[in-house]
Design a protein around this ligand. Sequence first.
Ligand code: DX5
Ligand code: ZN
Length: 223
Amino acid sequence: MRYELSPSILAADFACLGEQISQVEQAGVNWLHIDVMDGNFVPSISLGMPVITSIRKKSSMFFDVHLMVQDPERYIEDFKKAGADMLTVHAEACPHLDRTLHCIREAGMKAGVALNPATPLVMIEQVLELVDMVLLMTVNPGFGGQKYIPYSGDKIRRLRKMLDERGLSADIEVDGGISTKTIDQVLEAGANILVAGSAVFGGDIAANANVLMIKIEEFRKHQ
Ligand code: DX5
Ligand code: ZN
């Protein structure tokens, strides 16, 4: 299985965003997690297409765009134009999830589906064949720097089992409170794409990214 660290720019210093993204890219990180919040599905508002368009010109990383947006199908083409490689939508925010996921793929992007901590896996059972990735929120979405919710481990395990039983190779991304303290337990549970915001952008960015990548590599080697 492949493993990726996906640093969340929500925790970056937006006054020097381009420079901070270069630091993670130069540290050897392949993915970049971009949190879009609409002030409706989640309480806060973060960033949108103009920021993605600007950073697209500076980076060749895989843009993993997490839409915490109500009815995100309205913006699929816009995010494609801005430079997203993958769009992940919340099952809770999509009344016509099947159609939305098809539209994302038809627009030429990878498709992901996300679940809040309190939303059961049964919500996405029908659409697992349609997604490249399932994002399991390990905090309540809307803010960076929150504490990892411990019952997430069991949910990750059950999802990996469900995917394996159906012969599916979708990635499992975990998002929220991932740090050197929690990364081992989510890897062991079956997650393979690890989002980290404050654990990467808080302090020495390259050093933080390296510590997490080493932990991922150690785990991968013992698989
Ligand atoms: C939260 C966002 C996360 C957030 C993670 O709603 O989806 O991606 O940036 O931040 P940390 O890693 O600091 O918990
Ligand atoms: Zn996110």
